[in-house]
Write a protein that binds this ligand. Structure first.
Ligand SMILES: Nc1nc2c(ncn2[C@@H]2O[C@H](COP(=O)(O)OP(=O)(O)OP(=O)(O)O)[C@@H](O)[C@H]2O)c(=O)[nH]1
Ligand SMILES: [Mg+2]
Length: 306
């Protein structure tokens, strides 16, 4: 539908990429802006494994946000794919928002990200994230260090967890959007295929309920998805891949308890996302060293995807 604003030339639209080190709070900010959980988040670095878009649509503008995997020094093929995916998202966007976690020391990792952002022709907004965790003086110190490295067009200090300054971020970036059409139909919240959302929501529960090397060794593939409109019921069959038998044991847990918890929590989130009932069938398989296998990484759809 074409609104009045579009006809009058007042409608604006464009793309804003969020980048930063792993764990900076990018995906949490995306969810806070859209007002709905569409991105998975966890305290494990490298939670996000593929680039995707989230959409905020109003009568005056359509803001397309690009979530990216955290940029880091890669140690395996998976890490390389993730970085590549994030760096690609710096091209041809209107704004790049660089997130810096207020509570972590500004280090070589941040310098590395700033150097990559420098080459982008987009407007640059510095976001100091997790302001709720700031000690006195920390916000000012982070801003000073970041602005010494890179010239920014704007600075926003926010807390995605507490919902502080989310509106300020949105109005700051939308001010840079050019006049343009809706790039996605109204009502679209994300361009992730449903199959990907389901696999990711499952992976999130594994990230938040296992420790050590397990979260990084997990890949989730959706095998089958059926929908029964009469019952408003989705039936999803997914396989969780790990790299070792011991990891398989951890995910299944004593008497199958862990995988039951993972399934229940993922099902609840999916039921909310889909506004439907959800049946989830999970199995676990071992695929040795899949993170070193570029083909397998692509089959999961991580990094650039298939
Ligand atoms: N206290 C606090 N914690 C936050 C805030 N935003 C995010 N977090 C937490 O920080 C952790 C990382 O958040 P994510 O949104 O997954 O970070 P990310 O930048 O997307 O991470 P990657 O996908 O790994 O690159 C999670 O445990 C979040 O709950 C915030 O505003 N305040
Ligand atoms: Mg993320």
């Amino acid at each position: 539908m074409t609104g009045m604003a579009e006809q009058g030339g007042g409608f604006r639209s464009g793309f804003v990429t969020l980048v930063g080190r792993p764990n900076a709070g990018k995906s949490t900010l995306i969810n806070a802006i859209v007002g709905k959980k569409i991105a998975i988040t966890s305290n494990t670095p490298q939670t996000t494994r593929h680039r995707f878009r989230a959409v905020l649509d109003t009568a005056a503008f359509q803001l397309v946000l690009v979530d990216t995997p955290g940029i880091h020094k890669p140690i395996d093929a998976l890490g390389e794919e993730l970085n590549h995916s994030a760096v690609k998202a710096l091209e041809s966007v209107d704004v790049v928002a660089l997130l810096i976690d207020v509570s972590k020391p500004f280090g070589t990792g941040d310098v590395w990200v700033a150097d990559l952002v420098k080459n982008s022709r987009a407007k640059k907004v510095l976001v100091i994230s997790k302001a709720d965790l700031a000690q006195p003086g920390q916000i000012e110190a982070q801003i000073e260090r970041a602005t010494q490295k890179l010239i920014f067009d704007d600075v926003v200090v926010l807390s995605a967890l507490d919902g502080v300054n989310i509106d300020a971020f949105v109005s700051t970036v939308t001010a840079y959007l050019p006049p343009g059409p809706r790039w996605f139909p109204q009502g679209t919240s994300t361009d992730q295929p449903l199959e990907v959302v389901i696999a990711e929501f499952i992976r999130e529960k594994i990230l938040t309920h296992t420790f050590d090397e397990v979260p990084h060794a997990v890949g989730v593939a959706l095998e089958e998805l059926e929908y029964d409109p009469k019952k408003n019921l989705y039936s999803a069959y997914a396989t969780i891949y790990v790299e070792r038998d011991s990891q398989k044991g951890i995910i299944i847990g004593k008497g199958g308890e862990k995988i039951k918890t993972i399934g229940t929590l993922a099902r609840q989130d999916l039921a909310h996302f889909l506004a439907a009932r959800v049946y989830l069938d999970l199995r676990v398989k071992v695929r040795k060293a899949w993170r070193k296998d570029a083909n397998q990484i692509r089959r999961f759809g991580y990094g650039e995807g298939a």
